[in-house]
Design a protein around this ligand. Sequence first.
Ligand SMILES: C[S@@+](CC[C@H](N)C(=O)[O-])C[C@H]1O[C@@H](n2cnc3c(N)ncnc32)[C@H](O)[C@@H]1O
Length: 253
Amino acid sequence: MTVAADALTRVPELIDPARAPAEPSTERGYLDLMGGAAPRVEGPAQRLMLTRLLPVIYERWWRPAWGRVLTGTSAAGERRIASQLLELGPGDRVLDLACGPGNFTRDFAASVGADGLCVGLDASPTMLERAVQDTPTGEVAFVRADAMALPFRDGSFDAVCCFAALNLIPDPYATLDEIVRVLAPGGRVALLTSSTAGPPPLPTLERLAGRLTGMHVFGAGELVAALEGRGLMDARRRGNGFAQFVAARSSPG
Ligand SMILES: C[S@@+](CC[C@H](N)C(=O)[O-])C[C@H]1O[C@@H](n2cnc3c(N)ncnc32)[C@H](O)[C@@H]1O
């Protein structure tokens, strides 16, 4: 088992003891703050994320195919968009929230370099096992925790990315609260998630279909308003049919 010792040893400085169990484990190569607790699951889409099979095919087949259909962009194109929106530079601390098997996380680690810190967080043990297996030792600290209740201190990160996950998380607004809380002054946030497309009554039908699969379908202006309502600046969105990229920054302080 590969243990990402370097980055992992630097994570405790970001952890708020009041938000994490007293005895976390690292025996699987990631910092497990959930122990035996199962993540809250509200539909088949999220249940898939906990299977053994999906992490095996995710990065090579599953994600590029869905990415193309929903955003019209290749995996490399999505990585470029993430990198532009997050404005990562050497020395930054970046959180890849709901990182899956680390398909974006590794790229972020290269951007922030050895002086920075790259943390990938997910609730699925099988996704994290794959992430640890596919990531060179020490480059990324993977953490198992719930996106709706992050274990980090306020202002821990210069950038937070949450791609292809907000639509799956049972309470996306609690997750946005947490993203904003852990963002440092001048920090950047980038989201990729679902979007309603087309004139009424299509959005109502899309939301209904989403609910059947356990997914949130966000209205076109909904997330920009949610980020602005939480005090972020420069909130903007780029819609691509059924998906949207949304970005914003916290005030410089
Ligand atoms: C579709 S994958 C996205 C992976 C990667 N960010 C990407 O863009 O390809 C969604 C991930 O969200 C994770 N997830 C869902 N609910 C979560 C929660 N409450 N806390 C942390 N991770 C969660 C799942 O385990 C899964 O790995």
